[in-house]
Write a protein that binds this ligand. Structure first.
Ligand SMILES: [Zn+2]
Length: 232
């Protein structure tokens, strides 16, 4: 191989390592990672559309990422088997455009008061529903108003969900007392997929995803430093 070829391949290899390193250290910025972070601060582009499939569960708006649909089906079946409660899908994947329309309608209702609108509706690109990793869960026996409210949180299905969703890789993303960190009011119906291993840790530590990601990054960096130390 020519000298130039050597230089190019070494440079490319170096760049790949750097890119992989950054993605390893910050999985929250990798759209393919189950730890991909979306909130008011970290918004997704309108061009971002994940791979989706229709979850085989009762309810509406049932599209999710394939692995998330699998997990949701298993979770709903387990809830039925353990409590006899039928859970339904209220809202899964939501397009950027739809979120834009919902936000615009809210802004109009509050007469252009941006702060008031932001308190209730996520800005386009700031909704986790655009990732295909989130689902608003309801209980079949409740009305549509009761689902998406505190009533769901106090229901048999809502309580089971809070205690057991981690077994299937989900977390209750927005909880009371976390508003300043997550940017959203408590939503006992909104589950977010992070994978079973992460969900088990987050559930055991009872912490918001944002906090878990900080700890996780520390762990990853310490591991990397230890491993690099071995090779020198
Ligand atoms: Zn939601």
């Amino acid at each position: 191989m020519s000298l130039l070829g050597d230089i190019v391949s070494v440079t490319l290899a170096g760049m790949m390592l750097v890119n992989q390193g950054i993605m390893t250290i910050t999985p929250q910025h990798n759209a393919d990672s189950p730890l991909f972070l979306v909130n008011r601060e970290w918004r997704i582009s309108g061009y971002y559309i994940p791979e989706l499939r229709l979850a085989n569960v009762p309810g509406q708006v049932k599209r999710l990422r394939p692995e998330v649909a699998d997990a949701l089906e298993a979770m709903y079946a387990a809830c039925k088997a353990e409590t006899k409660v039928t859970l339904v899908s209220v809202s899964g994947y939501r397009e950027y455009d739809k979120q834009e329309r919902i936000y615009a309608a809210k802004l109009k209702r509050v007469k252009g008061d941006v702060e008031a609108a932001n308190a209730y509706v996520a800005l386009p690109g700031a909704s986790e529903h655009q990732t295909g990793l989130s689902m608003d869960v309801g209980q079949a026996s409740l009305s549509s108003d009761e689902n998406l409210s505190g009533t769901f949180g106090g229901s048999k299905g809502g309580k089971w969900l809070k205690e057991n969703c981690w077994r299937f890789g989900f977390i209750i993303r927005y909880q009371e007392g976390w508003e300043a960190i997550t940017g959203y009011s408590a939503e006992p119906w909104h589950v977010r997929y992070v994978g079973v291993e992460n969900a088990a840790k987050i559930h055991a530590n009872e912490m918001p995803l944002e906090e878990f990601l900080v700890l996780e990054r520390k762990t990853i960096m310490l591991d990397l430093m230890e491993n690099n130390g071995d090779s020198f």
